[in-house]
Design a protein around this ligand. Structure first.
Ligand SMILES: C[S@@+](CC[C@H](N)C(=O)[O-])C[C@H]1O[C@@H](n2cnc3c(N)ncnc32)[C@H](O)[C@@H]1O
Length: 308
């Protein structure tokens, strides 16, 4: 992967603003989607600049399914190692957070962040098959040791299954036409081959400005390949077991299905009386942030606090 590719952390100031208060007393923070560690660096900088920095010892745990991301995070975290922050990076699925922490012999944590989806490093790495502009084998796996690839989804799923995925995960109105075109043009080997085929299925008047007409279908395939909604559901159903009192969870999503899952679960938890939602409506990037980082445009962050 080229050294120069950087992922700009989305809503970084807002993440620090919402999570820092949860780290005042005991400071264990889990970043379940560590990527290039942009949010960890932002949070660590927030701590090092704050008045409670000398009083406590902090422990940061970064999880990612992608070993390349872990390597990148290691490099990017050099600037904050050696301070009073212990950092542990783990290859794993944040959906298994309870198990991961049990293995580390950690019972409770004070703050958790999920920044869902793929990173700029993954999109921009020509070999990973995430980008529709770079010719690569159809892959799209976060975890390159897992079995299911985009090639399998595109070339082996039946038409109905493909159509359902494209409709549901891609929210793509031309799902039926696209699924039919895919099935009739197999085998499809590369990202650009697939992107060109999809482009032909979408009438020009339905194309959205600069956004490539295959974007939503690529997103759908990526979500399927990585079981993204399953990991999120597993996390939402289990984080209560490992979140300490006054602990906070922040989730940044880029997809309406994910945001709805988070919103519904947070509401359900609030109704138990054990939690308080801190973001009445979701937090979104400012126009300034979107200008500086176009990938932030569809981000929505929700934060909840455990009160007992
Ligand atoms: C948007 S990026 C995170 C970027 C990071 N916050 C930063 O600022 O550098 C999402 C990362 O989450 C990882 N990821 C996605 N699903 C995951 C899962 N279920 N478990 C662990 N990591 C996951 C991806 O591999 C990717 O590196």
């Amino acid at each position: 992967m080229p050294e120069s590719i950087k992922h700009i952390p989305v809503l970084a100031n807002e993440v620090v603003q919402f999570l820092l208060p949860a780290l005042k007393n005991d400071g264990i923070f889990v970043d379940g989607t560590v990527g290039g560690a942009g949010h960890i660096v932002a949070l660590a900088t927030g701590i090092l600049n704050s008045k409670f920095k000398m009083l406590n010892k902090f422990e940061f745990i970064g999880i990612d399914k992608d070993l390349t991301a872990i390597e990148m995070a290691k490099k990017n975290l050099k600037s904050i190692t050696g301070k009073n922050i212990k950092i542990e990076l783990i290859k794993g699925d944040y959906g298994e957070i309870v198990l991961i922490l049990r293995r580390l012999k950690i019972e409770k944590v004070n703050a958790i962040l999920l920044d869902l989806g793929a990173s700029s490093m993954q999109f921009d790495d020509g070999n990973r098959g995430f980008s529709l502009n770079k010719t690569a084998k159809l892959d799209m796996r976060f975890d390159t040791t897992s079995n299911l690839t985009a090639y399998d989804v595109v070339n082996k799923y039946n038409e109905k299954h493909l159509m359902e995925i494209i409709y549901k995960y891609g929210e793509e109105r031309f799902g039926k036409k696209i699924a039919n075109a895919i099935v009739n043009n197999r085998p499809i080997e590369t990202t650009t081959e697939l992107a060109e085929l999809i482009e032909k299925c979408i009438p020009p008047r339905f194309r959205k400005g600069k956004i490539h007409p295959a974007t939503q279908t690529f997103q759908a395939i990526r979500i399927e390949v990585n079981h993204e909604l399953e990991s999120l559901q597993q996390f939402l159903n289990s984080f209560d077991q490992i979140l300490a009192g006054n602990g906070r969870v922040a989730i940044i999503s880029f997809h309406s299905l994910e945001d709805k899952m988070v919103k519904d679960k947070f509401r359900e938890l609030e109704l138990t009386g054990k939690y308080k939602i801190l973001t009445d409506s979701s937090i979104t990037p400012t126009a300034e942030e979107i200008n500086a980082n176009i990938r932030s445009r569809s981000a929505k962050m929700r934060v909840i606090e455990k009160i007992v």
